[in-house]
Design a binder for this molecule. Sequence first.
Ligand code: BES
Ligand code: MN
Ligand code: ZN
Length: 511
Amino acid sequence: MERTKFSLSEKPLEAYDGDLLVYCVYQPKKGRLRCEHKAVSMLINRSRAGEEFKGKEGEQLLIYPAMMTGKVALGARRLLIIGLGKKEKESDRNLRRESWRKVGGLAAKAAAKLKAADLAVQVGNDPKLSGRELTECLTEGILLGDYRFLKYKKMSKKDKPFGGIETVRFICSKVTTSLRKGLKSGENGAQAACTARNMANEPGNGWTAADFAAHGRKLAKRTGLKCRVLNRSDMVRLGMGGILAVNQGSEEPPKLVILEYRPSKKAETLLFVGKGLTFDSGGVSLKPAAGMEDMKYDMCGGAAALSVMEAVAAEKPGVGVVAIIPATDNMGGRAAVKPGDIISHYNKLTSEVINTDAEGRLILADALAYGIKRFKPSCVVDLATLTGAVIIGLGHHHSGLLSNNQVLVERLIKAGKRCGEPLWQLPLGPDYSKQLESRVADVKNTGGRAAGTITAACYLEKFVGDTPWAHLDIAGTAWNFTDKSYVPKGPSGTGVRTLLELVRGWKKGGL
Ligand code: BES
Ligand code: MN
Ligand code: ZN
């Protein structure tokens, strides 16, 4: 739903008479399912679900209260019981958070199947989590799980697809400011991630560099952020040979979109740089046809960096945040950059383009060097669908993390765990950088088959100097990854909530 409305309510859940009531239960250590609510408990018993429903994590039981004979004390049209597993079992807080997020996702999936636009969710309890955290994770799960992209679907009146959840009422024993805060932060993160998904779902002809720029300008106007867009002529003036080279074979002009949030003059700055490659054909080093359509997702890093600013603008943290998105497609037009060409980056480093399909690092290099020089950030994090190799190494369940600063690594790993976007560190070092030595230029843009994700990061490292920097390779996690209830097929929006978490938990200095 474009804008799902959430509310908190102390009204008893019997009073709810909407489409779908969601109620969670733990699996008992042994014996019969226990449930604190009398009417719900009676309905579960009457359903005689016995073997099918034990309250295991992710198990679901759908009940139509009105079908039950005798006195029914629930007004809801349907009651969905979701199992939480054993209460004692999982002690890791982050895994508990994830399991509530998944509950939210399951509720959203069930709502879609039943075409239930109105939901009530009993805010349960968790020995490890505050009500605020629980509400935050439930909200995230519902919004992320309810995501759909219908823009290009024909909408006939007759078989109109379900448009999403319109209202969610959280039923709790006491409406508190802390629950409200949880709800709000859940909304902020999830909505920003859904914005990133919307950009990524757009095809290459629906989302160009100019669309990144237009989105940035619109967001700035709406929120009071500052937006500046560098055009091709600016790039020529500034000597951004990487992004210009990648754009050479394209009909679409490149853009470098900069969004700034600044709480005060002297606040430190975090810089986020996202790869905004709106379609990657490989260029002259053309990719194979099979699966090439997925290369419209090559802008997911840029989408994440731009979208997180939406949440930053809403939350107004104490630390400054700047996002830079170098945006272009990578096409093999007649003026395209060729293998063997030598280019010069913003920091004057020359690079021999061995493979025009290793283009992400070329556009990121300019953006990193420029962003660091101009904003002097305390740290810089870049996000990019940079290498196929990271999928070989880590599959679809961790993003690759490479960095020159171990404190930043720890902060990012912690942020990723907290929001359910796990990261795994890979090494850097001179032995790997050596693979990038060129006979004719300062560096070449590929390092051979071995350690492809690492050598790609080594390339980027040459453009960050001493600034604490981390690179997230999200090629394996940006779309169609794990089957999580709150991540529908298509782009995941990964990175948005990790960056937001990093901003939220930012402690001054210490890097
Ligand atoms: N955008 C791709 C990386 C990619 C591949 C992302 C598959 C998601 C799925 C990137 O621009 C690329 O083509 N990388 C090359 C680098 C190589 C030529 C050194 C790769 O990974 O093959
Ligand atoms: Mn490529
Ligand atoms: Zn690419």
